[in-house]
Ligand binder design. Structure first.
Ligand SMILES: Nc1ncnc2c1ncn2[C@@H]1O[C@H](COP(=O)(O)OP(=O)(O)OP(=O)(O)O)[C@@H](O)[C@H]1O
Ligand SMILES: Nc1nc2c(c(=O)[nH]1)N=C(CO)CN2
Length: 186
């Protein structure tokens, strides 16, 4: 006998609910190779990630490399920016994607604060606080870094960092050694 059961279930069942979207802030830095091209491509790579809904990049700024020993004028200068990222990814999944993009752009981890083709740090994730073996959010050094605070304020003059407050009140906001990128390679 031929079954009368319909092949297609006529009842549309909703899938699992989508995780809610939040804003995260990612710091971007590069001091080796074609820094502008790498940063532009990294922003595109981020926008193409499944679970990333929107990426709003800041203007870029230039600054001398800060090493563990202090400012190193003899090292290649950095270009830095930040990007506001609207995402449904959980923080560790977003970190996975940041590290995948770093590796795709030739990032080599040799020395701490060493020269690099691309650095992507997760600065803030909504208003969450995270501290485990892989991830500390908000990034513990963000508030003292002119190369993070200055471009973030260029993107959002009202920016706040959870646990810190308004960025425009910080000393790092007035770091005169962090200058707008003039489009000319040093
Ligand atoms: N908020 C964060 N963003 C990125 N990496 C983080 C964060 N918190 C902890 N980490 C961990 O830090 C490790 C080292 O990251 P990375 O090599 O980018 O450090 P760095 O850029 O040299 O130094 P800094 O953390 O001072 O910016 C990563 O493997 C990652 O697990
Ligand atoms: N100017 C500048 N210096 C740095 C930077 C950076 O992005 N810009 N990143 C570092 C480690 O994250 C260490 N030093």
């Amino acid at each position: 006998m031929v079954s009368r059961t319909p092949i297609h279930d006529p009842v549309r069942r909703p899938g699992p609910p989508k995780p809610r979207a939040v804003w995260a802030v990612v710091a971007i830095g590069a001091n080796l190779g074609d820094r502008r091209a790498t940063i532009a491509q990294a922003v595109d790579d981020l926008a193409a990630v499944d679970g990333v809904l929107e990426v709003r990049p800041s203007p870029l700024v230039a600054s001398a490399a800060v090493k563990l020993s202090g400012v190193d004028e003899s090292a290649p200068a950095y270009l830095n920016g930040v990007a506001a990222v609207r995402t449904r990814l959980q923080p560790h999944a977003l970190l996975d994607e940041l590290q995948r993009i770093e590796l795709a752009h030739g990032r080599v981890r040799e020395e701490r604060w060493g020269d690099r083709t691309l650095d992507l740090d997760l600065i803030a994730y909504d208003d969450e606080t995270i501290d485990d073996e892989r991830l500390t959010v908000p990034h513990p050094r963000a508030a003292e870094r002119g190369f993070v605070v200055v471009p973030w304020l260029l993107l959002d003059p009202d920016a706040t960092l959870p646990g810190v407050g308004r960025l425009d009140t910080l000393a790092a906001a007035k770091d005169g050694s962090v200058v707008p990128d003039d489009g000319v390679h040093p």
